[in-house]
Write a protein that binds this ligand. Structure first.
Ligand code: FNR
Length: 389
């Protein structure tokens, strides 16, 4: 039970056993405009659908007669994962992806509710450039939670950066992240322009009064309009990575890589990690699903002289999905919508439960596949791709 809401495992969440249960409950609770903003993708939503379907096309080939009893010990650390050259440890290989405007689903606490659950689970929260709580306030709550409630938590914050046309302001965002103790910059590169999200057009999506992109507002500027227009810089290119490298010593991870050539380039530009991502199907429709893109990216990176971490997001809804991603070479997965469903249903407790469900399912999958450790998942040759049911 999450400490921040003791005894609040309320009747309403008791029957919610899995991510899809939370999704359905969130749909009941949210206004149509908000639900559509979070749930839909671009164009015909083929990539959105295929991200989940592709996991289902992958089958597991478990190994038997392996002692997995160490998982059942109370202080079992078998799911713990080291990332970024062992500079960070997470409770299990699952990270909270950056998503915009958490106060749209939890008006009172928004990102503060999410960060409390991240701390409780010793995982990383990626804070979006478009967060509805300032990065300073999220960092302050992160420190407070660790100090007061979870002194052993290894949770960290990563700052998700969109490069804006205003480069000076972009540089300021990076400096603010540094100053506030963020442990990495997660640079999103799949948004040269926003994708064609037709549901938002149909609904005439507008941000309600009081919900703003707090990081992008100062006395002279307010970069995100109520209709959610963001001044992304479409001129962003590889040379800008060198610019970002020159202004920060924080680890740099690039999010939005699909093509193996790009993964190779990323290594050569000195990044510490890449996230194989298609923005949850919200950008280029008919883009390859992420779990299908992962193997070629892994191959490309492993042929380079320097090794970096490869993460993947998009369509992760079960512990078996996490196991499949690890088996195919990912260090960890990121989850976007599941966190929003948890937040919508029950604030901090809801996000906590989402992470708890995925962790339990992941541990179960490890045991049933005969894996004592995360390394066993990689070594045991557990997945077979594209087998029809
Ligand atoms: C996102 N995503 C995203 N990515 C990012 O880099 N910055 C952002 O501000 C956002 N905002 C955002 C809002 C919403 C409503 C969604 C659904 C997604 C993409 C996100 O980080 C991640 O790549 C996907 O959500 C992963 O797919 P799943 O887990 O939602 O299937």
């Amino acid at each position: 039970m999450h400490k921040a809401s003791e005894n609040s495992s309320s009747e309403r969440t008791k029957a919610l056993l899995n991510i899809e249960d939370y999704h359905k409950k969130a749909k009941e609770k949210l206004e149509k405009m908000t639900y559509d903003f979070y749930s839909t993708g671009s164009d015909d939503q083929l990539t959105l659908i295929d991200n989940q379907a592709a996991f289902r096309r992958i089958k597991l080939r478990p190994k038997m007669l392996i002692d997995v009893s160490s998982h059942t010990k109370q202080d079992s650390t078998n799911c713990q994962t080291q990332i970024l050259n062992s500079t960070m440890t997470i409770g299990f290989p699952c990270i909270i992806a950056p998503t915009a405007f958490h106060r749209l689903v939890d008006n009172e606490n928004g990102e503060l509710a999410t960060v409390r659950a991240a701390v409780a689970h010793s995982t990383i929260m990626c804070v979006s450039t478009n967060s509805s709580t300032s990065m300073e306030r999220v960092a302050e709550e992160h420190r407070r939670q660790i100090k007061e409630n979870y002194p052993h938590s290894t949770s960290k914050l990563w700052y998700q950066l969109y490069v804006l046309k205003d480069r000076q302001y972009t540089q300021k965002l990076i400096k603010r992240a540094e100053k506030n103790g963020y442990s990495a910059i997660l640079l999103t590169v799949d948004t040269s322009v926003p994708g064609n999200r037709e549901c938002d057009v149909h609904n005439n999506f507008t941000l309600p009064d009081g919900i703003r992109a707090e990081n992008l507002i100062d006395k002279d500027n307010n970069y995100v309009s109520k209709s959610y227009h963001i001044p992304f810089d479409p001129s962003l290119s590889w040379k800008d990575l060198d610019w970002i490298r020159s202004i920060t010593s924080l680890p740099l991870i690039i999010k939005g890589i699909i093509h193996p050539d790009d993964a190779r380039q990323a290594v050569r530009h000195g990044v510490q990690g890449v996230v194989v991502s298609n923005h949850g199907g919200r950008q280029l429709d008919t883009c390859l699903s992420t779990i299908d893109a992962l193997p070629d990216v892994i191959k490309a990176v492993s042929n380079e002289n320097r090794q970096i971490d490869v993460f993947v997001d998009g369509g992760v809804r079960r512990g078996t999905d996490i196991l499949k991603a690890i088996a195919l070479g990912a260090k960890a997965v990121l989850i976007g919508r599941p966190v929003l469903w948890g937040l919508a249903v029950d604030g901090t407790q809801g996000v906590y439960n989402i992470l708890e469900i995925l962790k339990k399912e992941f541990r179960l999958a490890m045991m049933l596949c005969g894996c004592q450790t995360i390394d066993d998942i990689r070594k045991n040759d557990l997945v077979v791709t594209n087998v029809a049911y």
